[in-house]
Ligand binder design. Structure first.
Ligand code: ARG
Length: 468
């Protein structure tokens, strides 16, 4: 069937046809388009809008097409898009009766419906994989509740913590990413079918019925909005971009922590490369590619927002151009998610090095200041000054935290307060020991092993609840 033979005389040039065709990325909505036509035709039949025997012929041909697959469609740019290719196929099977299928329907509501159907599936897969990733992180965390490392702020040694505590910071960020995507899903899960071109139709179609047949939760009420809106795409890609930011911070840490300077982690050989000239090299290439690919996802988001910005309401062909950006973002972020999860699971943590760094550079200084506050009832600011000066003196004299004793502290304290603190040497020793410090941080969300174990079990319950 040639759509153009009515209003238009003559064909588009080959270039123009190719330029405007969506066939290439329409492949992805083939099955959804079959389902969409099936649901619409079923509803037309039930409503008595088209003769039952004609509807049955169309439905049989659609079933046949579903088993035959996309390769039975004639996919050349002159047919414009998959909707026309599909209609042409049905016509080739049952003749002019096929024409009834498009009663009260437009490609405008059809494509919006198809895209939502496929995106729902993609999002479900991503949500499942996100839960798997969080669950893997929890398994790792369970092994490391006593594994000491130094926590950083400004990438400088800050305070001691555990690897499990750090891993849980990933888990909670990913849990919010999960929540955002699940929330986006609700707005993808709305059915625009029946909007037709933009103002519905005078045929007595039943939108609730097609919505139900296609498994959507609800209809998109306003028909102009039905064909106009692509915010379900920009919202999903925003949520995916935010998830990619979380991921990028994970692989960035793997890159930095696997350097000789840090030596905190060892990425599995299956996620590393070597150099063609430097035989000693083990490079974190996968994490580096991932770091770059994140940019691509943000780029797609900006493209999508920029195409949508200022478009007049209702259908404009520009909307077609949003689609490939969305699929790129979906595919790349899904791949990034899985590669980050797999890479992290091959990574081993160097416990000895973790403790060594936590002990080396006064990461326990805050606890020493807290000890002075608790024991001597000094204001925290005064304690902060005394400890700050103690640390800078110790560094000048080449001393380590384990060399600091009450007398050493008192030499400084006397200069500031004119008094000696006379701290208990056992307490001082404990406050400078990273393992002891971690044990005392029992506040909700802190690194004490029992608190971390509690968080792990709460997160496991969450995952179980979501997986049902
Ligand atoms: N291929 C189009 C898209 O992806 C759908 C068809 C609508 N075309 C039209 N000329 N109204 O958005």
């Amino acid at each position: 069937m040639n759509l153009r033979s009515g209003r238009l005389n003559g064909k588009m040039t080959g270039d123009a046809a190719e330029f405007t065709s969506s066939l290439d990325f329409d492949r992805r909505i083939f099955q959804a388009d079959v389902r969409c036509n099936h649901a619409h035709t079923t509803m037309l039949k039930e409503q008595g809008i088209i003769p039952a025997e004609d509807a049955d012929k169309i439905l049989d041909a659609l079933d046949h097409l579903e088993t035959e697959g996309i390769n039975s469609l004639k996919m050349d740019p002159s047919v414009e898009d998959i909707h026309m290719a599909l209609e042409n196929y049905i016509t080739s099977q049952i003749g002019e009766t096929a024409g009834f299928m498009h009663t009260g329907k437009s490609r405008n509501d059809q494509v919006a419906t198809d895209l939502r159907l496929v995106l729902k599936e993609e999002l479900s897969d991503i949500l499942t994989d996100l839960l798997k990733f969080i669950s893997n992180i929890l398994d790792m965390a369970q092994e490391h509740t006593e594994t000491i490392m130094v926590g950083y702020t400004h990438l400088q040694h800050a305070q001691p913590t555990t690897y499990a505590h750090h891993l849980l910071s990933y888990a909670y960020a990913l849990k919010r990413d999960y929540g955002r995507l699940k929330d986006s899903y609700k707005r993808v899960d709305m059915c625009p079918l029946g909007s037709a071109a933009l103002t519905t139709t005078s045929f007595p179609i039943n939108r609730e019925r097609t919505c139900e047949l296609l498994g959507f939760s609800t209809i998109l009420e306003n028909s102009i909005d039905g064909v106009s809106s692509r915010d379900f795409m920009s919202e999903t890609v925003s949520a995916l971009s935010i998830m990619c930011t979380t991921l990028s911070r994970i692989f960035e840490e793997l890159i930095i922590w696997s350097t000789y300077e840090f030596r905190l982690v060892e990425i599995g050989a299956e996620y590393s490369s070597t150099s063609s000239i430097m035989p000693q090299k083990k490079n974190p290439d996968v994490a580096e590619i991932a770091r770059a690919k994140t940019a691509g996802v943000y780029g797609e988001l900006v493209s999508i927002l920029t195409i949508l910005k200022s478009l007049p309401q209702s259908y404009n062909r520009d909307l077609q151009e949003v689609t490939p950006h969305m699929w790129n973002a979906v595919d790349n972020s899904h791949m990034l998610l899985n590669i980050t999860a797999d890479m992290l699971s091959t990574t081993t943590f160097n416990k000895k090095r973790g403790l060594e760094l936590a002990e080396a550079n006064f990461s326990t200084a805050t606890e020493l200041a807290d000890l002075i506050v608790k024991e001597k009832k000094l204001p925290f600011r005064a304690a902060h000054q005394i400890v700050g000066r103690t640390v800078s003196r110790a560094i000048e004299e080449g001393l380590k935290p384990s060399d600091i004793n009450p007398e050493y502290i008192d030499a400084v304290a006397y200069e500031f307060t004119g008094e000696y603190l006379k701290l208990d040497s056992e307490l001082v020793k404990k406050s400078l020991d990273p393992q002891e410090v971690v044990r005392t941080r029992k506040v909700t969300g802190g690194p004490a092993p029992e608190v971390v174990k509690e968080s792990i079990s709460l997160l496991m319950t969450f995952i179980k609840g979501e997986s049902m």
